[in-house]
Design a protein around this ligand. Structure first.
Ligand code: GTP
Length: 357
Protein backbone atom coordinates (compact mmCIF):
# COMPACT_ATOMS: atom_id res chain seq x y z
CA UNK A 1 0.00 0.00 0.00
CA UNK A 2 2.73 2.45 1.00
CA UNK A 3 4.69 1.59 -2.16
CA UNK A 4 1.89 3.18 -4.23
CA UNK A 5 1.72 6.28 -2.09
CA UNK A 6 3.65 9.37 -3.15
CA UNK A 7 5.54 11.32 -0.49
CA UNK A 8 5.50 15.11 -0.77
CA UNK A 9 8.00 16.96 1.39
CA UNK A 10 7.60 20.71 1.87
CA UNK A 11 11.01 22.34 2.05
CA UNK A 12 10.40 25.80 0.62
CA UNK A 13 10.22 27.88 3.81
CA UNK A 14 12.74 30.65 4.49
CA UNK A 15 13.40 29.40 8.03
CA UNK A 16 13.53 32.93 9.43
CA UNK A 17 13.51 31.75 13.04
CA UNK A 18 16.75 29.87 12.42
CA UNK A 19 18.68 32.81 11.02
CA UNK A 20 21.60 33.27 10.61
CA UNK A 21 22.05 29.53 9.91
CA UNK A 22 19.42 29.65 7.18
CA UNK A 23 21.05 32.56 5.38
CA UNK A 24 23.45 30.12 3.76
CA UNK A 25 21.53 26.82 3.80
CA UNK A 26 17.79 26.12 3.82
CA UNK A 27 16.59 24.68 7.13
CA UNK A 28 16.13 21.08 5.88
CA UNK A 29 19.76 21.07 4.66
CA UNK A 30 21.34 22.12 7.96
CA UNK A 31 23.79 19.52 9.27
CA UNK A 32 21.92 17.66 12.00
CA UNK A 33 23.47 14.65 13.73
CA UNK A 34 26.02 14.41 10.94
CA UNK A 35 23.82 14.68 7.83
CA UNK A 36 21.42 17.24 6.35
CA UNK A 37 18.27 17.30 8.48
CA UNK A 38 16.11 16.08 5.59
CA UNK A 39 18.11 12.84 5.33
CA UNK A 40 16.60 11.64 8.61
CA UNK A 41 13.06 12.21 7.35
CA UNK A 42 13.83 10.55 4.01
CA UNK A 43 15.20 7.51 5.85
CA UNK A 44 11.88 7.13 7.65
CA UNK A 45 9.90 7.58 4.44
CA UNK A 46 11.94 4.82 2.85
CA UNK A 47 11.60 2.51 5.87
CA UNK A 48 7.82 2.92 5.66
CA UNK A 49 7.91 1.53 2.12
CA UNK A 50 7.41 4.69 0.05
CA UNK A 51 9.68 5.17 -2.94
CA UNK A 52 8.52 8.20 -4.94
CA UNK A 53 9.32 11.49 -3.21
CA UNK A 54 8.48 14.94 -4.59
CA UNK A 55 10.12 17.92 -2.93
CA UNK A 56 8.18 21.19 -3.01
CA UNK A 57 10.95 23.77 -3.06
CA UNK A 58 11.20 27.53 -3.23
CA UNK A 59 13.89 29.17 -1.07
CA UNK A 60 17.39 28.03 -2.19
CA UNK A 61 15.74 25.39 -4.36
CA UNK A 62 18.89 24.27 -6.21
CA UNK A 63 20.76 22.89 -3.19
CA UNK A 64 18.33 20.02 -2.67
CA UNK A 65 18.83 18.49 -6.12
CA UNK A 66 22.59 19.08 -5.87
CA UNK A 67 22.74 16.95 -2.74
CA UNK A 68 20.05 14.30 -3.22
CA UNK A 69 20.09 14.01 -7.03
CA UNK A 70 17.57 11.50 -8.37
CA UNK A 71 17.49 9.80 -4.96
CA UNK A 72 18.99 6.47 -6.10
CA UNK A 73 21.76 6.68 -3.54
CA UNK A 74 19.09 6.94 -0.84
CA UNK A 75 16.97 4.11 -2.25
CA UNK A 76 14.32 6.56 -3.46
CA UNK A 77 13.09 8.15 -6.66
CA UNK A 78 13.20 11.89 -6.05
CA UNK A 79 11.78 14.78 -8.03
CA UNK A 80 11.89 18.53 -7.42
CA UNK A 81 9.28 21.15 -8.16
CA UNK A 82 10.32 24.78 -7.79
CA UNK A 83 7.91 27.61 -6.95
CA UNK A 84 8.86 30.90 -8.52
CA UNK A 85 6.92 32.69 -5.76
CA UNK A 86 6.52 30.90 -2.40
CA UNK A 87 3.05 29.33 -2.49
CA UNK A 88 2.72 28.57 1.24
CA UNK A 89 1.98 25.05 2.46
CA UNK A 90 -1.21 24.08 0.55
CA UNK A 91 -0.12 26.05 -2.53
CA UNK A 92 3.10 24.03 -2.51
CA UNK A 93 1.16 20.74 -2.27
CA UNK A 94 -1.11 21.80 -5.18
CA UNK A 95 1.93 22.80 -7.20
CA UNK A 96 3.25 19.21 -7.32
CA UNK A 97 -0.11 17.61 -8.26
CA UNK A 98 0.95 16.74 -11.81
CA UNK A 99 3.84 14.62 -10.47
CA UNK A 100 1.61 12.37 -8.36
CA UNK A 101 0.96 8.78 -9.40
CA UNK A 102 -1.04 7.10 -6.62
CA UNK A 103 -4.52 7.55 -5.17
CA UNK A 104 -3.08 9.11 -2.04
CA UNK A 105 -0.11 11.26 -1.15
CA UNK A 106 1.53 11.63 2.22
CA UNK A 107 2.68 15.17 2.95
CA UNK A 108 5.50 15.97 5.37
CA UNK A 109 6.64 19.35 6.65
CA UNK A 110 10.38 19.23 6.07
CA UNK A 111 11.30 20.52 9.52
CA UNK A 112 9.61 18.00 11.81
CA UNK A 113 11.29 15.20 13.71
CA UNK A 114 8.71 12.57 14.41
CA UNK A 115 8.47 9.04 15.71
CA UNK A 116 5.08 8.26 14.25
CA UNK A 117 4.80 5.36 11.82
CA UNK A 118 3.80 6.64 8.35
CA UNK A 119 2.36 3.23 7.46
CA UNK A 120 0.03 3.37 10.50
CA UNK A 121 -1.12 6.84 9.42
CA UNK A 122 -1.87 5.50 5.96
CA UNK A 123 -3.82 2.53 7.37
CA UNK A 124 -5.87 4.88 9.54
CA UNK A 125 -6.64 6.98 6.45
CA UNK A 126 -7.94 3.96 4.55
CA UNK A 127 -9.89 2.53 7.48
CA UNK A 128 -11.64 5.88 7.93
CA UNK A 129 -12.19 6.29 4.16
CA UNK A 130 -11.12 9.88 4.77
CA UNK A 131 -10.50 12.70 2.33
CA UNK A 132 -7.60 13.88 4.45
CA UNK A 133 -6.02 12.28 7.52
CA UNK A 134 -3.94 14.46 9.81
CA UNK A 135 -1.31 13.31 12.22
CA UNK A 136 -2.22 14.95 15.53
CA UNK A 137 0.18 14.85 18.42
CA UNK A 138 -0.59 15.31 22.10
CA UNK A 139 1.66 17.98 23.60
CA UNK A 140 2.24 19.13 27.17
CA UNK A 141 1.53 22.80 26.39
CA UNK A 142 -1.08 23.02 23.61
CA UNK A 143 -1.58 26.77 24.19
CA UNK A 144 1.49 27.40 21.99
CA UNK A 145 -0.26 25.84 18.97
CA UNK A 146 -3.58 25.83 17.17
CA UNK A 147 -5.46 22.77 18.46
CA UNK A 148 -7.49 20.17 16.57
CA UNK A 149 -10.31 18.43 18.49
CA UNK A 150 -11.76 15.12 17.23
CA UNK A 151 -14.97 13.22 18.07
CA UNK A 152 -15.17 9.64 19.40
CA UNK A 153 -14.75 8.19 15.90
CA UNK A 154 -11.63 10.28 15.25
CA UNK A 155 -13.32 12.75 12.95
CA UNK A 156 -11.90 16.28 13.14
CA UNK A 157 -14.53 18.68 14.49
CA UNK A 158 -12.72 22.04 14.36
CA UNK A 159 -9.47 23.89 13.73
CA UNK A 160 -8.95 26.25 16.63
CA UNK A 161 -6.59 29.22 16.76
CA UNK A 162 -4.05 29.50 19.59
CA UNK A 163 -5.81 30.19 22.88
CA UNK A 164 -4.64 30.18 26.54
CA UNK A 165 -7.00 27.31 27.44
CA UNK A 166 -7.45 25.01 24.44
CA UNK A 167 -10.13 22.33 24.86
CA UNK A 168 -7.76 19.57 23.71
CA UNK A 169 -4.04 18.81 23.88
CA UNK A 170 -4.02 17.56 20.25
CA UNK A 171 -2.15 19.72 17.76
CA UNK A 172 -1.41 19.52 14.06
CA UNK A 173 1.85 17.58 13.71
CA UNK A 174 2.60 18.73 10.14
CA UNK A 175 2.07 15.37 8.41
CA UNK A 176 -1.01 14.44 6.39
CA UNK A 177 -2.44 11.92 3.95
CA UNK A 178 -4.43 13.55 1.14
CA UNK A 179 -6.57 11.85 -1.48
CA UNK A 180 -5.16 13.04 -4.77
CA UNK A 181 -8.44 14.57 -5.95
CA UNK A 182 -8.49 16.70 -2.79
CA UNK A 183 -5.06 18.04 -3.71
CA UNK A 184 -6.37 18.82 -7.19
CA UNK A 185 -9.22 20.84 -5.66
CA UNK A 186 -6.79 23.30 -3.97
CA UNK A 187 -6.64 26.56 -5.98
CA UNK A 188 -3.55 26.58 -8.20
CA UNK A 189 -1.00 29.34 -8.73
CA UNK A 190 -1.50 31.40 -5.58
CA UNK A 191 -0.37 31.12 -1.95
CA UNK A 192 -2.69 28.90 0.11
CA UNK A 193 -2.18 27.79 3.71
CA UNK A 194 -3.29 24.31 4.82
CA UNK A 195 -4.03 25.43 8.37
CA UNK A 196 -5.74 28.72 7.62
CA UNK A 197 -7.58 27.98 4.38
CA UNK A 198 -7.58 24.39 3.11
CA UNK A 199 -8.48 22.45 6.25
CA UNK A 200 -11.15 24.86 7.59
CA UNK A 201 -12.64 25.06 4.06
CA UNK A 202 -12.77 21.28 3.71
CA UNK A 203 -14.40 20.95 7.12
CA UNK A 204 -17.06 23.49 6.21
CA UNK A 205 -17.82 21.72 2.94
CA UNK A 206 -18.49 18.44 4.82
CA UNK A 207 -15.34 16.58 3.79
CA UNK A 208 -14.12 13.74 6.02
CA UNK A 209 -11.07 14.90 7.93
CA UNK A 210 -9.74 12.18 10.18
CA UNK A 211 -7.33 12.66 13.08
CA UNK A 212 -4.65 10.06 13.76
CA UNK A 213 -3.61 10.81 17.31
CA UNK A 214 -0.48 9.57 19.03
CA UNK A 215 2.07 10.68 21.58
CA UNK A 216 5.23 9.46 19.89
CA UNK A 217 8.38 11.60 19.69
CA UNK A 218 7.62 14.91 17.97
CA UNK A 219 9.60 18.10 17.58
CA UNK A 220 9.36 21.08 15.25
CA UNK A 221 13.00 22.11 14.83
CA UNK A 222 12.13 25.64 13.69
CA UNK A 223 13.92 27.52 16.51
CA UNK A 224 17.59 27.41 17.52
CA UNK A 225 16.76 25.79 20.88
CA UNK A 226 14.64 23.11 19.19
CA UNK A 227 17.27 22.58 16.51
CA UNK A 228 20.03 21.77 19.00
CA UNK A 229 17.68 19.58 21.00
CA UNK A 230 16.55 17.68 17.89
CA UNK A 231 20.12 17.08 16.81
CA UNK A 232 21.11 15.86 20.28
CA UNK A 233 18.05 13.59 20.44
CA UNK A 234 19.04 12.05 17.09
CA UNK A 235 22.64 11.52 18.24
CA UNK A 236 21.47 9.88 21.48
CA UNK A 237 18.90 7.65 19.75
CA UNK A 238 15.93 9.39 21.40
CA UNK A 239 14.57 10.67 18.07
CA UNK A 240 14.07 7.90 15.52
CA UNK A 241 16.16 7.82 12.33
CA UNK A 242 17.78 5.28 10.04
CA UNK A 243 20.37 7.78 8.84
CA UNK A 244 22.65 8.31 11.82
CA UNK A 245 26.28 7.92 10.68
CA UNK A 246 27.32 5.60 13.53
CA UNK A 247 25.68 4.19 16.63
CA UNK A 248 23.66 6.30 19.05
CA UNK A 249 25.66 7.67 21.97
CA UNK A 250 26.64 10.77 23.89
CA UNK A 251 28.45 12.31 20.94
CA UNK A 252 28.95 12.02 17.22
CA UNK A 253 32.36 12.95 15.88
CA UNK A 254 32.55 12.84 12.10
CA UNK A 255 35.57 11.51 10.23
CA UNK A 256 38.24 14.15 9.88
CA UNK A 257 37.28 16.04 13.05
CA UNK A 258 39.80 16.23 15.87
CA UNK A 259 38.86 16.12 19.52
CA UNK A 260 41.68 16.43 22.04
CA UNK A 261 41.74 13.59 24.58
CA UNK A 262 41.45 16.16 27.38
CA UNK A 263 38.29 17.72 25.89
CA UNK A 264 34.75 16.73 26.93
CA UNK A 265 32.13 16.34 24.21
CA UNK A 266 28.77 14.99 25.37
CA UNK A 267 25.04 15.59 25.71
CA UNK A 268 24.40 14.44 22.12
CA UNK A 269 26.83 16.95 20.59
CA UNK A 270 27.93 16.48 17.02
CA UNK A 271 31.26 17.61 15.61
CA UNK A 272 31.50 18.12 11.85
CA UNK A 273 34.29 16.99 9.56
CA UNK A 274 37.51 18.98 9.97
CA UNK A 275 36.23 20.75 13.09
CA UNK A 276 38.55 20.76 16.11
CA UNK A 277 37.99 20.77 19.86
CA UNK A 278 41.04 21.66 21.94
CA UNK A 279 42.18 20.33 25.31
CA UNK A 280 40.14 21.40 28.30
CA UNK A 281 37.18 22.52 26.17
CA UNK A 282 33.70 21.30 27.14
CA UNK A 283 31.05 20.92 24.44
CA UNK A 284 27.62 19.74 25.52
CA UNK A 285 24.30 19.38 23.64
CA UNK A 286 25.69 21.39 20.74
CA UNK A 287 26.10 21.21 16.98
CA UNK A 288 29.56 22.12 15.68
CA UNK A 289 29.58 22.53 11.91
CA UNK A 290 32.50 21.49 9.76
CA UNK A 291 35.70 23.44 9.97
CA UNK A 292 34.79 25.15 13.27
CA UNK A 293 37.45 25.53 15.98
CA UNK A 294 36.76 25.40 19.69
CA UNK A 295 39.89 26.49 21.50
CA UNK A 296 41.24 25.38 24.87
CA UNK A 297 39.05 25.61 27.98
CA UNK A 298 36.09 27.05 26.05
CA UNK A 299 32.60 26.00 27.19
CA UNK A 300 29.92 25.49 24.55
CA UNK A 301 26.48 24.40 25.72
CA UNK A 302 23.24 24.00 23.73
CA UNK A 303 24.70 26.09 20.92
CA UNK A 304 25.26 25.94 17.19
CA UNK A 305 28.73 26.81 15.91
CA UNK A 306 28.64 27.68 12.20
CA UNK A 307 30.98 26.47 9.53
CA UNK A 308 34.60 27.64 9.98
CA UNK A 309 33.67 29.71 13.05
CA UNK A 310 36.16 30.06 15.93
CA UNK A 311 35.47 30.07 19.67
CA UNK A 312 38.45 31.53 21.52
CA UNK A 313 40.16 30.07 24.56
CA UNK A 314 38.13 30.17 27.76
CA UNK A 315 35.06 31.66 26.06
CA UNK A 316 31.66 30.54 27.38
CA UNK A 317 28.67 30.12 25.06
CA UNK A 318 25.28 28.95 26.30
CA UNK A 319 22.21 28.78 24.05
CA UNK A 320 23.98 30.73 21.30
CA UNK A 321 24.07 30.57 17.50
CA UNK A 322 27.27 31.57 15.69
CA UNK A 323 26.89 32.00 11.94
CA UNK A 324 29.51 30.77 9.48
CA UNK A 325 33.00 32.31 9.83
CA UNK A 326 32.19 34.10 13.10
CA UNK A 327 35.30 34.73 15.16
CA UNK A 328 34.79 35.04 18.92
CA UNK A 329 37.98 35.91 20.75
CA UNK A 330 39.24 34.51 24.03
CA UNK A 331 37.55 35.10 27.37
CA UNK A 332 34.13 36.20 26.09
CA UNK A 333 30.73 35.17 27.42
CA UNK A 334 27.62 34.94 25.25
CA UNK A 335 24.37 33.72 26.72
CA UNK A 336 20.83 32.58 25.97
CA UNK A 337 19.48 33.64 22.61
CA UNK A 338 22.53 35.53 21.34
CA UNK A 339 23.04 35.06 17.60
CA UNK A 340 25.98 36.38 15.60
CA UNK A 341 25.63 36.92 11.86
CA UNK A 342 28.18 35.36 9.49
CA UNK A 343 31.64 36.89 9.63
CA UNK A 344 31.14 38.89 12.85
CA UNK A 345 34.37 39.30 14.85
CA UNK A 346 34.42 39.79 18.62
CA UNK A 347 37.80 40.73 20.05
CA UNK A 348 39.47 38.97 22.96
CA UNK A 349 38.69 40.17 26.40
CA UNK A 350 35.57 39.44 28.23
CA UNK A 351 32.75 40.71 26.05
CA UNK A 352 29.60 39.76 27.90
CA UNK A 353 26.49 39.75 25.79
CA UNK A 354 23.10 38.30 26.48
CA UNK A 355 19.68 39.07 25.04
CA UNK A 356 17.93 38.46 28.37
CA UNK A 357 19.61 41.13 30.48
P1 GTP B 1 10.02 30.24 9.72
O1 GTP B 1 10.25 31.30 8.70
O2 GTP B 1 11.10 30.22 10.75
O3 GTP B 1 8.64 30.24 10.32
O4 GTP B 1 10.19 28.80 9.01
P2 GTP B 1 9.52 28.26 7.65
O5 GTP B 1 9.72 29.24 6.57
O6 GTP B 1 10.09 26.90 7.41
O7 GTP B 1 7.97 28.17 7.97
P3 GTP B 1 7.16 27.01 8.69
O8 GTP B 1 7.99 26.42 9.78
O9 GTP B 1 5.82 27.51 9.04
O10 GTP B 1 6.99 25.95 7.51
C1 GTP B 1 6.50 24.65 7.72
C2 GTP B 1 7.00 23.77 6.58
O11 GTP B 1 6.45 24.21 5.33
C3 GTP B 1 8.51 23.82 6.42
O12 GTP B 1 8.93 22.51 6.08
C4 GTP B 1 8.72 24.78 5.27
O13 GTP B 1 9.88 24.46 4.51
C5 GTP B 1 7.47 24.57 4.43
N1 GTP B 1 7.03 25.80 3.75
C6 GTP B 1 6.60 26.96 4.33
N2 GTP B 1 6.25 27.86 3.38
C7 GTP B 1 6.47 27.24 2.18
C8 GTP B 1 6.29 27.66 0.81
O14 GTP B 1 5.88 28.77 0.50
N3 GTP B 1 6.61 26.74 -0.16
C9 GTP B 1 7.09 25.48 0.15
N4 GTP B 1 7.38 24.66 -0.85
N5 GTP B 1 7.26 25.07 1.42
C10 GTP B 1 6.95 25.94 2.43
Amino acid sequence: MAANTDAIVLVGGKGTRLRPLTLTAPKPMLPTAGVPFLTHLLSRIKAAGMRHVVLGTSYRAEVFAEYFGDGTQFGLEMEYVVETEPLDTAGAIRNVADRLRGEDAMVFNGDILSGTDPAALLNAHHDAAADVTLHLVKVADPSRFGSVPTDASGRVTAFLEKTPNPPTDQVNAGCYVFRRDVIESIPAGRPVSVERETFPGLLESGATLHGFVDSSYWLDVGTPAAFVRGSADLVRGIAPTHALPGSPGERLVLDGASVAPEATVDGGSSVGASASIAAGARVSGSVVFEGARIERDAVVEDSVIGRDARVGAGTVLRGVVLGDDVDVGAGCELLEGARLWPGVVLPDGGVRFSTDV
